[in-house]
Design a protein around this ligand. Structure first.
Ligand code: FMN
Length: 179
């Protein structure tokens, strides 16, 4: 068969793109300790800009991301997010990945669909953070029953689907995987 240099170039281009994504996936890992340095607003904006690129159930785009940098709010999250106790309050920023409950109208779907939509956005954020040189770790959205009302009083009515703590790496810290 005749060599098609254009096709060869196209295939190589496609392969390079795929390898880039796989490289970022391999590089991503959880970090729960961060440098104190705040993340500049333009980097936060760049990170958040990928949220709207994520697919969502029925294309409803009900996922919102709130950036928490206020010390008192971070301290509160450090106390009530079951998966963040002891570390999450030290992150320079905590992204709350929430879903607007009004968007989920089909019978029963509110029990699972917000968390699926939130999970898709969460991974999108995690990979983008890695590509920007930002470290992070997810914290599951579990809040003990007696804290749920207080959480909503402070952070609003949306369903918390995931929290993602982010910051710059500290020198000696490459990975501190959960045991
Ligand atoms: C849905 C989900 C929930 C998680 N919840 C927590 C959590 O509550 N607290 C925590 O410290 N890490 C949490 N993690 C991080 C995992 O422990 C971590 O991703 C896993 O151990 C693999 O390590 P790696 O991210 O470094 O590859 C969560 C990860 C996922 C995907």
């Amino acid at each position: 068969m005749e060599n098609d240099i254009y096709q060869e170039r196209y295939l190589k281009h496609q392969l390079d793109k795929k390898e880039e994504l796989i490289k970022i996936m391999k590089e991503r890992h959880s970090n729960r300790r961060f440098d104190d340095k705040p993340i500049p607003q333009e980097i936060i904006d760049e990170l958040i800009s990928v949220v709207e690129l994520a697919p969502s159930s029925c294309d409803r785009k009900a996922i919102k991301v709130e950036v928490i940098t206020d010390r008192d709010k971070k301290a509160l999250l450090g106390g009530i997010l079951v998966g963040g106790v002891g570390w999450i309050h030290r992150a320079p920023a905590i992204l709350l990945i929430t879903a607007d409950p009004k968007a989920y109208k089909a019978e029963g779907e509110i029990k699972f669909m917000p968390y699926l939509d939130g999970g898709v956005v969460s991974q999108q954020l995690a990979l983008t953070a890695t590509s920007l040189g930002i470290h992070g770790c997810f914290a599951n959205p579990n809040i003990r029953d007696f804290n749920v009302d207080h959480y909503h009083k402070i952070f609003g009515p949306n369903i918390l689907t995931m929290a993602f703590a982010i910051g710059y790496p500290i020198e000696e810290d490459s990975s501190d995987k959960e045991k």
